[in-house]
Ligand binder design. Structure first.
Ligand SMILES: O=P(O)(O)OC[C@H]1O[C@H](O[C@H]2O[C@H](CO)[C@@H](O)[C@H](O)[C@H]2O)[C@H](O)[C@@H](O)[C@@H]1O
Length: 251
């Protein structure tokens, strides 16, 4: 007989968690629903209004932490993005308090992108997403391409000194040395967040580093989506539930 161990059911987060905490918000799958392609996500007026309200209510204690680059987030969210602290590119770059911290872009990314485009051209639906400090190969619309895509990106990353970052129906070659835990730790050093407890909301496996860093700094994590083994202590069903919980905390 085989026993399947189910992940423990996590409770919804209490609103009280928002008091005196710093908020770290993942983007895709947490603030917006997952879409067929990276450009197809719906950033509606309701989300922009919510982010602006969070910035007014919590001041410097709100940040977006994403695998997307800051440039991509600016393009999607618009001027409201500048009201919040942001860590982009899996913790590689930060913008807060009027300043920016960015690494150098490795030149090898251009050749990696060209190789990915060659491969994607042979698989209808496959998509290459150039980013500031990485290149992602998406196979959501070409699921049969997954194995080849992973093998290719692993080989390209190994040959170029880049890190492999797996995501939802995509695999990325990116600058090494950071993750969302690094982002939380960096942003928590700012005066505006110092002395507070971090609360990290995220849906993807990449968000586990954020949950762990939040816990190590005395805070906690909120998993968004279906139950799974996680370092988070609470769970919300989807981005709509996230938005509702965040709005409720300001009521
Ligand atoms: O850290 P996040 O803010 O969650 O960003 C993670 C990646 O999100 C995007 O890809 C994912 O969302 C797309 C749109 O819903 C979807 O089409 C794709 O399959 C998902 O993997 C983004 O394109 C990546 O650059 C981010 O790293």
């Amino acid at each position: 007989m085989s026993l399947t161990r189910l992940p423990p059911e996590l409770p919804p987060p209490p609103e009280a968690l928002l008091q005196s905490s710093s908020l770290f918000l993942d983007f895709d799958g947490t603030l917006v629903e997952i879409a067929a392609t990276p450009d197809a996500v719906l950033v509606d007026a309701g989300l922009r209004d919510l982010l602006a309200a969070l910035a007014r209510h919590y001041g410097p204690r709100v940040a977006i932490v994403s695998g997307r680059s800051i440039a991509q987030l600016d393009a999607l969210i618009g001027p409201v993005a500048r009201m919040l602290a942001i860590s982009g590119s899996h913790g590689s770059e930060h913008r807060f308090d009027g300043g920016e911290e960015k690494p150098l872009r490795p030149r090898s990314l251009d050749a990696v992108e060209a190789r990915m485009r060659d491969a994607a051209a042979r698989h209808p639906g496959a998509l290459v997403e150039p980013k500031s400090f990485g290149v992602a190969l998406h196979y959501r619309l070409a699921p049969g391409f997954e194995g080849e895509a992973r093998t290719l990106v692993e080989a390209l990353a190994a040959a170029s000194g880049l890190a492999v970052q797996a995501g939802k129906m995509m695999v990325e070659a990116r600058i090494p040395g950071s993750d969302k835990g690094v982002a939380v730790t960096r942003l928590m050093q700012r005066a505006g967040m110092a002395g507070t407890k971090p609360v990290f909301l995220g849906d993807d496996l990449t968000d586990e580093a954020g949950f762990e860093a939040a816990r190590a700094l005395g805070g906690t994590g909120i998993l968004v989506g279906n139950p799974r083994p996680t370092a988070a202590a609470y769970r919300l069903d989807n981005p709509a539930a996230v938005r509702s919980w965040l709005a409720g905390g300001m009521a």
